[in-house]
Design a protein around this ligand. Structure first.
Ligand SMILES: Nc1ncnc2c1ncn2[C@@H]1O[C@H](COP(=O)(O)OP(=O)(O)OP(=O)(O)O)[C@@H](O)[C@H]1O
Length: 323
């Protein structure tokens, strides 16, 4: 859907984005993270041609976007930024329908769309007749999201849209976004400095470092196989450790040396997750738990000590563990 091919952006001698290849699928929610100055906003802004690449190409639905007029392109791509810039002398209704109006929608279609959107973002209908300065920052940010959705664009770009909000409002807006994502087919590209926000929202995370895309993968794959030390530091060792523990199977924890002890009558398939088997193992009086291969043959045992060590490690990684 959105494809970067060897895209580079230079400002004089500064390489803001360096030789990036990236393929964002339709309906994916992609989140960009990385330290300040790593190229996130520049990359986002090249998608709707607010910034032009120095070299390389960007394709939208297979069409080189240099061949699409920037104004047409931007009308088809929703855009939300921090402190969204609502027009102060326009009512919320007028702010929301900016793009549909440019596209020549009828008054009744625009009214229906604005009313649908205001419900979708959980604000009362009367809000449509108010002015931006009558709303809180969080409410204005919701309007920014509604405005970006107004003409029903297939792609929405969001640059730190919730950066200035308190954690509770921010959490609520993230939940609204997840609802939107579940409800409609739409591609999101979202920049944030908040790693928790990235892991909450993303289907895929793009990690930027010095203008390079160092990793682009699902949150789970990034945690299980971080590309380098920078990624580990950025996403946090505790989150990585916790994901690694959550993905361990009983076969990973089993040892052929664990043979002496009271064997349990309960057996465990090799691919069972330790996190899901732990409770029954801890409550079992046995000290060895047989692990079966796909044919039902005992291949090894998990010891009670290994399970207790696992339990401690889960605690240390900050996982809530109840048995
Ligand atoms: N208009 C510009 N003129 C000159 N240099 C620029 C311009 N825009 C960005 N840069 C430089 O390009 C690099 C990447 O900037 P960019 O804003 O894309 O990073 P970022 O990861 O979005 O940062 P932040 O998280 O602080 O917003 C930085 O070194 C920045 O100084």
């Amino acid at each position: 859907m959105i494809q970067f091919k060897q895209v580079t952006k230079k400002y004089g001698d500064t390489v803001a984005v360096s030789d990036v290849d990236m393929h964002i699928e339709a309906n994916e929610f992609v989140v960009f993270i990385g330290l300040s100055g790593s190229g996130k906003t520049t990359s986002l802004s090249m998608i709707n041609r607010m910034v032009e690449p120095t070299s390389g190409q960007i394709f939208i639905d297979g069409i080189d976007h240099q061949t699409i007029d920037p104004v047409t392109l931007r009308r088809n791509i929703g855009y939300v930024i921090q402190g969204i810039g609502l027009l102060p002398h326009y009512t919320i209704y007028e702010n929301i329908i900016t793009v549909p109006k440019l596209l020549g929608w009828s008054e009744s279609d625009m009214r229906v769309r604005a009313e649908t959107l205001i419900e979708l973002i959980d604000l009362p209908l009367e809000t449509l007749e108010e002015y931006p300065n009558q709303l809180s920052g969080g409410q204005q940010q919701r309007i920014g999201v509604a405005r970006a959705l107004a003409a029903n664009p297939p792609v929405i770009l969001m640059d730190e849209p919730f950066g200035a909000l308190d954690p509770i409002t921010r959490d609520a807006l993230q939940d609204s976004l997840l609802e939107l994502k579940a409800r409609d087919q739409r591609t999101f590209v979202f920049v944030t400095h908040d790693v928790d926000e990235a892991f909450k929202l993303a289907d895929k995370i793009a990690i930027w470092q010095y203008g390079e895309l160092v990793q682009f993968d699902t949150p789970q794959n990034i945690l299980l196989e971080p590309a380098n030390d920078y990624v580990v530091e950025l996403v946090g060792i505790q989150r990585i450790e916790s994901a690694r523990l959550a993905a361990l199977t009983v076969a990973d924890l089993a040892s052929k040396d664990a043979v002496n002890g009271h064997k349990s009558s309960v057996t465990y398939p090799a691919d069972a997750l330790v996190s899901e088997s732990m409770r029954s193992m801890l409550l079992d009086e046995a000290s060895l738990f047989p692990v079966l291969d796909a044919k039902g043959q005992e291949i090894s045992y998990v010891s009670k000590e290994a399970i207790l060590d696992y339990y401690d490690a889960m605690h240390a990684a900050g996982k809530q563990v109840t048995v």
